[in-house]
Design a protein around this ligand. Structure first.
Ligand SMILES: NC(=O)c1ccc[n+]([C@@H]2O[C@H](COP(=O)([O-])OP(=O)(O)OC[C@H]3O[C@@H](n4cnc5c(N)ncnc54)[C@H](O)[C@@H]3O)[C@@H](O)[C@H]2O)c1
Length: 362
């Protein structure tokens, strides 16, 4: 297949592209606006493959998308482009509405227009895979219960509300227009190439620099963690074998309190990076409690039984093995980290491609 991947310069999209190029025969067209969260350096060698192409584009640009569909004539879309950071959505929801809602609507229309003009055999094989989050389900009360594919939507933040809206749009395009869609809702991802505004990379980098390790509220929020490469494999499995119109929840069976995650990272750093920053006796001494995020969901946990039963997917990494790999990766990839933390990747992007389309900034 030739797969049009949106958001392929992001954390999960780049893992999907690395997997598609390195482990399958599929071709990829990466459609990405390269916002602050998009970093082409995360693609590594896979971007040099003859099976890889890149289009810098805002998914809310209908003309640009129509031309891209015509130029590349893909067999499938994997839609990952999104504004994805909950804290940013609280401070500035407009970008989330633009990309997650308007952008998804524009992409659906471009895909529909292209799909409807395909010859019958290609139309029968075409797929539109929408990648979403478990945050659309809101939060769970207490330690019992899991999100299933039937759990009603109850999003709490502007981020999760915009993702919930995009899920509804995708299902409506299936029901109303017959677009052959697949939807996946996944739990929290972690792993290499994760932008350091998110909990796990933030804690690793702050600890190494001797900076405070911020923990929201009492640190008791529970998240279900999945190693990003397990997510990438699950997504490709759903694309290849999932039933049209179906939703699949993806999770790692790895529920942990945020404070416990921070403590585990500190313990791994004691082992893997025993030389502390000046003035720090133990990494865990840097843990600092900060005011909780407004509307902060307490617990997310995924029931991933359906994808396991129907498609035979299971995560390969445990939280112990995945977290160890992740900490080791951040200890050994100073170039990528320096490019991100210094902003050099943005300077490179702007030299190469100019400011993000539609941003109006130099
Ligand atoms: N990170 C998680 O834990 C997690 C969990 C479940 C689901 N998801 C979903 O997976 C998807 C990818 O998440 P991520 O963590 O890789 O996000 P990310 O923020 O790391 O990457 C998003 C990518 O989308 C691009 N993008 C943003 N706006 C765009 C636009 N208007 N047009 C084109 N490209 C645009 C960015 O440049 C970036 O490359 C998102 O849809 C997210 O909701 C994420």
């Amino acid at each position: 297949m030739k797969i049009l991947v949106t958001g392929g310069a992001g954390f999960i999209g780049s893992a999907v592209i690395r997997y598609l190029i390195n482990e399958t025969e599929h071709s990829v067209v990466n459609v990405d606006k390269l916002t602050y969260a998009g970093n082409l350096a995360s693609l590594g060698q896979s971007a040099e493959s003859p099976r890889y192409a890149f289009e810098r584009l805002d998914i809310a640009d209908a003309d640009g998308l129509n031309a891209t569909f015509e130029r590349h004539r893909p067999d499938a879309v994997m839609h990952l482009a999104a504004e994805s950071h909950v804290d940013r959505s609280i401070h500035g929801p407009a970008d989330f509405i633009h990309t997650n809602l308007v952008g998804t609507g524009v992409l659906l229309e471009a895909a529909r227009r292209y799909f409807e003009a395909l010859p019958a055999a290609r139309r029968a094989a075409f797929r539109f895979h929408h990648v979403s989050t478990d945050e659309v389900y809101g939060d769970l009360d207490g330690p019992e219960g899991l999100f299933t594919e039937e759990t009603p939507y109850a999003p709490s933040s502007p981020y999760s509300a915009s993702k919930a809206g995009s899920d509804h749009l995708v299902r409506a395009w299936h029901r109303t227009y017959g677009l052959p869609v697949l939807v996946t809702n996944c739990s929290n991802n972690y792993g290499p190439f994760h932008f350091p505004e998110k909990l796990i990379p933030l804690i690793i980098l702050n600890a190494r620099a001797g900076r405070p390790l911020p923990v929201y509220g009492d640190g008791g929020q529970v998240r279900d963690w999945l190693y990003v490469e397990d997510h990438a494999r699950a997504l490709v499995r759903v694309l290849e074998a999932g039933e049209v119109g179906e939703t699949y929840n993806i999770g790692g069976h790895n529920e942990h309190r945020n404070l416990e995650v921070v403590e585990r990272i500190c313990a791994l750093l004691e082992e893997l990076a025993p030389t502390h920053p000046e003035g720090v006796a133990r990494y865990a001494d840097l843990i600092t409690y900060v005011t909780d995020r407004p509307g902060h969901d307490r617990r997310y946990a995924i029931d991933a039984e359906k994808i396991e039963r129907e498609l035979g997917w299971r995560p390969q990494e445990s939280f112990d093995s995945g977290l160890r790999k992740t900490v080791a990766w951040y200890l050994n990839n100073d170039d990528w980290i320096a490019g991100v933390t210094s902003g050099a990747y943005r300077e490179w992007t702007e030299r190469q491609y100019g400011a993000p389309p539609g941003s109006g900034t130099p």
